[in-house]
Design a binder for this molecule. Structure first.
Ligand SMILES: Cc1cc2nc3c(=O)[nH]c(=O)nc-3n(C[C@H](O)[C@H](O)[C@H](O)COP(=O)(O)OP(=O)(O)OC[C@H]3O[C@@H](n4cnc5c(N)ncnc54)[C@H](O)[C@@H]3O)c2cc1C
Length: 652
């Protein structure tokens, strides 16, 4: 990387001070962005893995002071380790003296030993990792510190942006403070834990059951042994509060100016947006096409993974906040977007992606009975029906979660044979590996490297599906190996139900009569990434209709961001990316999670998984498979958390 004066990032020390730019050594361990946001130039950075200085304007003493201030601020939220409690404060006092030119050699030595004592005695990474960059600044910039301490040079004050993160927090689209809510569980403070979650998420019971848990895939504990069961811990506190009838009543902190907002679609995006607007005192009216809230979390995700009563409980809390729901109201048909635009100060649209694309194979246009789009199939099942009672052998096409849900739900309808056909291998399947595993245990038969070619039928009913074997070629646009048909390998599956689960699209008909809203080639709605505002300023979009089919947690994160923007819109404040957005971009570049990190001195302790319904009790029927942790199990699993907080301070 050109233009870096000094870097100690990740143990790679590159010292270009005093060299001509053409002789600068390259920094390979970090990709430090040039800008924080669009306007602020990044001059230097001090964080969990070292120091990077780009501009000679950066005064290392002042950068260290800013970093220590930020760490101290965050270490106060815990206060469990004595050395952390006092050490950071004392170091900060000394560095203030150094900045005033009023310190001694002993003060510098004291800072060194205080930082080392924190590392040796602290229990979490604020203390174990936090002092490292500071120790590096003392080591590599000793002269700058010594001269400042003796008053032989003036310490220049800079401008800084600091933030606390952790690999799990960073990976979560909502940036839930995972270490904090897990820490409360360690202390058996379950209500406090739930409050931390609810600061950003009004659907903890729902996501505690069905979140795809990006946090767990970035859990540092996995480097030692296995990731923490974060999703199951979230579910535990949500259920515990519910069982104790202690679900925290939400408080309304009205904004100075309040307005009227319409929400189109009561899926996770719409519900989250409604929640954040209602807690700011805005008058919120939700228009939902179906007769109930929840969107795909109810009509898509089957009951054995997420009982619909959970969502109902969580929505009841929203109703208590004064959110009004109009069900069976299809926007675009019963009321138009233009009418909503006239009646409300802003409109949020979270209509999801409910259209099923055709497979585009022969026999599909015949419309044989027994052929279903995955979403229609699941919607019927989740509504308590068997979509095609006379069918006994099911072939599901697809490799995502919808395909797995179709297959596992078919078993629960007591179908005799359930096959899943996927054109790549198990390694490329986008479905959650845990779901694939459970489907196999429950006796779904997987056929990898197989693609459908033609649907066969007789007397208007499906009788089978012709397939062809595939082999993997070079990567395609998605980066996954391209499946290539093997000539002459065709064969027929005899079956009486074919379910195609190959993706979902947004129905953009809702936009009819509304100009200026752009759609993308993927048939999603184009909005500003940070604010969720469309080209038509009163209309905000988020969730699957913005991102394409994604996840509950992304939809909630989009709904939250849109609510914050709508609040600003109602206050006539400018809508632009905020500090959290800038840090998101920054962390994507410098990488918060390092899978090859060496973590020392942590005793290995296996992950506790929540109990599951025994295999023989799962099929037929739709009883919930994953069960809740007991309080004892939850505390024990929480104790495995390494509390991997890390602080970033950027000189701008
Ligand atoms: C089968 C299946 C299983 C899944 N499993 C998981 C999982 O385990 N974990 C996970 O994280 N994600 C899962 N997902 C993805 C997740 O459900 C979605 O990403 C998420 O629900 C998207 O939320 P949303 O609010 O954007 O849209 P939706 O949940 O789709 O909600 C949109 C709402 O808008 C309503 N609507 C649509 N058009 C109109 C209109 N014109 N007027 C009024 N209302 C309208 C719809 O009826 C619906 O209620 C799954 C998806 C499917 C299909």
């Amino acid at each position: 990387m050109p233009g870096i004066l000094f870097s100690s990032w990740g143990g790679e020390v590159v010292d270009n001070r005093g060299k001509a730019p053409q002789d600068f050594g390259a920094v390979t361990s970090i990709d430090l962005p040039e800008y924080f946001g669009d306007r602020e130039i990044i001059k230097g950075f001090m964080g969990w893995n070292g120091i990077v200085i780009r501009s000679p304007d950066v005064d290392i003493v002042d950068l260290s002071r800013a970093y220590l201030t930020a760490v101290l601020d965050h270490s106060k939220t815990c206060g469990k380790c004595n050395y952390c409690k006092t050490g950071w404060e004392e170091m900060l006092d000394v560095i203030e003296d150094i900045a005033k030119g009023d310190a001694t050699e002993e003060d510098l030595e004291f800072m060194q030993s205080a930082a080392e004592a924190i590392i040796s005695n602290a229990k979490c990474s604020i203390g174990k990792i936090g002092p490292n960059p500071f120790l590096e600044s003392l080591r590599y910039f000793a002269d700058d510190f010594a001269k400042a301490a003796r008053g032989e040079r003036t310490v220049n004050r800079g401008t800084y942006r600091s933030k606390l993160t952790a690999p799990c927090m960073d990976a979560c689209p909502l940036h839930l403070d995972v270490p904090k809510y897990i820490e409360h569980i360690k202390d058996a403070k379950f209500a406090e834990s739930l409050e931390v979650i609810q600061e950003r998420l009004p659907l903890p019971g729902t996501l505690g059951r069905a979140c795809f848990r990006p946090c767990e895939s970035r859990c540092r504990r996995a480097i030692v042994d296995e990731a923490i069961s974060i999703k199951a811990l979230k579910r535990f506190v949500a259920d515990h509060a519910w069982d104790q009838r202690k679900s925290a009543p939400y408080t309304i902190n009205p904004s100075e100016t309040t307005g009227k907002v319409a929400i189109v679609g009561a899926g996770p995006a719409g519900l989250t947006c409604a929640f954040f607007l209602a807690t700011r005192g805005h008058q919120v009216t939700v228009y939902e096409k179906l007769g109930h809230p929840g969107g795909m979390s109810v009509v898509g995700i089957p009951d054995y993974r997420l009982p619909r009563s959970i969502l109902q409980q969580e929505v009841a809390l929203l109703e208590n906040l004064g959110v009004t729901f109009h069900f069976n109201q299809s926007v675009g048909k019963d009321v138009t977007l233009s009418q909503l635009e006239e009646r409300f100060d802003a409109v949020f649209i979270g209509i999801g992606a409910h259209q099923s694309p055709a497979m585009g194979i022969e026999g599909e246009p015949e419309g044989y009975s027994g052929v279903f789009a995955g979403l229609d199939y699941l919607k019927a099942i989740n509504d308590g029906q068997d979509p095609y009672p006379e069918g006994k052998t099911v072939v599901v096409i697809g490799g995502g979660n919808v395909a797995i849900d179709c297959a596992r739900s078919s078993l629960r309808l007591n179908k005799e044979e359930v096959h899943l056909v996927y054109r790549r291998t198990r390694d490329e399947m986008p479905a959650d590996p845990a779901e694939i595993q459970e489907a196999q245990e429950e006796r779904v038969v997987f056929h990898f490297l197989t693609a459908p070619v033609r649907i066969r039928g007789k007397n208007g009913k499906v009788t089978g599906i012709e397939c062809i074997r595939m082999e993997l070629g070079p990567p395609d646009k998605s980066g996954r190996p391209r499946p290539i048909p093997i000539e002459g390998s065709g064969f027929v599956f005899e079956c009486d139900i074919v379910v195609s689960a190959i993706g979902q699209l947004t129905d953009t008909a809702v936009l009819q009569g509304v100009e200026d809203v752009r759609t993308t080639p993927r048939k999603t709605i184009a909005v500003d990434e940070c604010t969720k505002q469309s080209d038509r300023p009163k209309l905000f979009f988020a969730g699957d209709c913005e991102t394409g089919p994604d996840s509950l947690v992304s939809a909630c994160a989009g709904g939250r961001k849109a609510a914050l923007s709508i609040d600003r819109w109602i206050h006539h404040q400018p809508l632009e990316c905020d500090s959290e957005d800038h840090f998101d971009r920054f962390f994507r570049s410098v990488k918060v999670f390092e899978p090859n990190e060496k973590i020392l001195k942590v005793e290995s302790r296996s992950r506790l998984n929540p109990p599951a319904l025994p295999l023989e009790k799962r099929v037929p029927g739709f009883d919930e498979v994953e069960q809740a942790f007991s309080a004892k199990e939850a505390v024990a699993e929480a104790e495995r958390c390494l509390r991997c907080y890390q602080v970033a301070t950027i000189a701008v």
